[in-house]
Write a protein that binds this ligand. Structure first.
Ligand SMILES: *Cc1c(COP(=O)(O)O)cnc(C)c1O
Length: 387
């Protein structure tokens, strides 16, 4: 569904329609319909809204906007990214097999290993940025699940190539597009079937609410997901839907500023002798950079770096004065995360080490503050460490 010729920034504000079908008051900000249920005009007739577990006008509006941004025919808003992925996994059945990236958000790996496995779904965890996916397809394979760039190691998978393998074997290609957001990357246009989001991150953008999205370009998958959201009851609440709607209005501005900050920080880190490696696709000379350039219009604002010792990593986490040490990403505040004890603590150690997530690795989500303040803060934290 194209946005009536509207550009991306206009769609962030309105979705596809010229103006949202709001109430009769002319409110510019879409109303929060804080209602659990809706009156029926008569038996057999509905306003289109019956009960908020099934659908709610504020949720419908944020779904419309997200579908418009990703180029899908439908989007569904869930109470968190994990609620979205959990509901999505219900379209598979016992005996099904999924090829999943080896380096994924820790919560997705926990879900696959502990919940989906119990339901009889098996997974092959593969470095999708490196391996030929064709070699992992089995008779019962039903889907490929990737993040690109991955959390936290910033590996970049060629979405078009993965889509070719998926087409050839009749698999669904599912892309978690949280890290770049549709502002920089539109997986459905590159051949993916389903896009997943933690709306908590860039879409919301203010570290103030959780949300998740499933976006599809297939009516069949949309119908299945609509059935699931009404049945499992994990749809996004009206107020949280409104917060995401408000966040999305400034998505393009935030993405640009955060990316500029990430680029400056990545270049600063490269000059520090105590920094051993910087994983940021915006830095030229890597496969991640080349692939990202070919399929996205930007490199985002997430970066991971390895310092020379665990002590230095812990020192930096303890001694930044401006940048909080906290999980999450994609908000206006720059955050530093320690994947080994936070986001990826439940990933088995042997898997973590193969992926490169050591005790010397830090993840940084650049926010929209002044670049000099961020670099100044990192500089004083690094300089205070006796090497
Ligand atoms: C945070 C995150 C999730 C999970 O989303 P929640 O909103 O925290 O439930 C999934 N995928 C990625 C890439 C994430 O960063």
């Amino acid at each position: 569904m194209e946005g009536n010729g509207f550009g991306f920034a206009t769609r962030c504000v309105y979705g596809n329609k010229e103006r949202p079908a709001a109430d009769i008051t002319g409110a510019i900000s879409f109303p929060i319909y804080q209602s659990a249920t809706f009156e029926h005009p008569e038996v057999g007739r509905s306003t289109g809204f019956d009960y908020s577990r099934l659908q709610n006008p504020t949720r419908a509006q944020v779904e419309k906007v997200v579908a418009a941004l990703e180029g899908g025919i439908d989007a569904l808003a869930f109470s968190s990214g994990m609620a979205a992925i959990t509901a999505l996994m219900e379209i598979f059945k016992p005996g099904d097999h999924i090829i999943a990236d080896a380096d994924l958000y820790g919560g997705s790996i926990r879900l696959f290993r502990n919940v989906c496995a119990k339901n009889g779904i098996t997974f092959s965890h593969v470095n999708c940025s490196k391996e030929n996916l064709e070699a992992f397809v089995k008779e019962n394979t039903k889907a490929i699940f990737i993040e690109t760039p991955t959390n936290p190691m910033m590996n970049v998978t060629d979405i078009r190539k993965a889509a070719e393998v998926a087409k050839r074997h009749d698999l669904l290609l599912i892309v978690d597009n949280t890290f770049l957001s549709p502002y920089f990357q539109k997986p459905l246009e590159l051949g993916a079937d389903i896009v997943v989001h933690s709306g908590t991150k860039f879409l919301g953008g203010h570290n103030d609410t959780l949300a998740g999205f499933i976006v599809t370009k297939s009516q069949e998958i949309s119908d299945k997901m609509r059935f699931l959201i009404k049945t499992v009851g994990s749809g996004l609440a009206p107020f949280d839907s409104w917060l995401i709607l408000r966040g999305i209005k400034t998505l393009p501005l935030r993405m640009e500023k955060a990316q500029a900050n990430a680029m400056a920080i990545a270049n600063w880190l490269l000059q520090r002798p105590e920094v051993k490696k910087v994983y940021y696709p915006g830095l030229p000379g890597t496969q991640a950079h080349e692939v990202c350039k070919a399929q996205a219009t930007g490199f985002g604002s997430m970066l991971t770096f390895e310092v020379e010792s665990k002590d230095l990593a812990l020192h930096v986490l303890k001694n930044t004065k401006l940048i909080p040490f906290a999980e999450s990403l994609g908000g206006v505040e720059t955050l530093l995360t320690y994947p080994v004890t936070q986001t990826h603590a439940d990933v088995p150690e042997e898997v973590r080490l193969v992926n490169g997530i050591t005790e010397r690795v830090l993840r940084l989500s650049a926010g929209i503050e002044d670049e000099k303040d961020l670099i100044g803060d990192l500089e004083q934290a690094f300089n205070g460490f006796a090497r």
